[in-house]
Ligand binder design. Structure first.
Ligand code: SF4
Length: 202
């Protein structure tokens, strides 16, 4: 088997390339030590899938290891309902369907299809509010964008000097307290902003 890219690493890459480093660093620690409320809730809710105890039906494949040679990616799927040919990814609470959410289902689908499973429908399930979101298969443009993203991942140099990230992402990031970018770039700007606010009101 060639060197494959873990689907969880691609998730990290899309959120922020730097987070791959911190994810690997934290991997050896107990998750509850660094996860925030939302992630802990998600982990607890997701336990039955990870332990393959969500359903006892033989028609539901759970937490199945999958691999796609064409794209060199591998990971796990949440659930595949074999009678409906339906692939489902469960999330704690879905506020909005981001493009990278869609990528998650698409690359799981690529893996399953290469393993000779027919995937007829794709769905997200938002556990907290019990909502389902149907996702369509990628069109040619989306497929090319996905392939370009994989190419960017392969070429990405973690040691490159220039780096910029959306501040809003950093503020939501569970690794921010250890991240050099947050400490040296984002945090000082926040301080400056709050100092200016204080000066205005004083
Ligand atoms: S704090 Fe910002 S730059 Fe650092 S890993 Fe998180 S998102 Fe990336």
């Amino acid at each position: 088997m060639q060197n494959y890219i873990k689907l969880s690493t691609l998730n990290d890459f899309i959120f922020c390339p730097k987070s791959i480093y911190y994810h690997n660093l934290y991997d050896s620690y107990e998750k509850k030590l660094y996860q925030e409320e939302a992630q802990i809730a998600w982990s607890i809710a997701h336990e039955s899938i990870d332990n393959k105890t969500y359903s006892t039906s033989k028609n539901v494949l759970q937490s199945l290891d999958v691999y796609c040679e064409k794209y060199g990616i591998a990971g796990k799927i949440d659930q595949f309902f074999t009678q409906e040919w339906k692939l489902v990814e469960r999330k704690n609470k879905i506020e909005k369907i981001y493009l990278w959410y869609k990528y998650q289902l698409w690359w799981q689908m690529f893996c399953l299809e290469e393993m000779w499973y027919e995937v007829r429908s794709l769905e997200f399930y938002s556990m907290q509010d019990n909502k389902k979101y149907r996702i369509y298969k990628p069109n040619i443009k989306e497929l090319l964008a996905f392939e370009e993203m994989l190419e960017r991942y392969r070429k990405y140099d973690m040691l490159q000097k220039y780096f910029q990230q959306n501040t809003q992402k950093c503020l939501k990031c569970i690794y921010r307290e250890l991240c050099d970018y947050f400490i040296w770039e984002v945090y000082p700007q926040m301080q400056l902003f709050s100092d200016n606010e204080n000066t205005k009101t004083n």
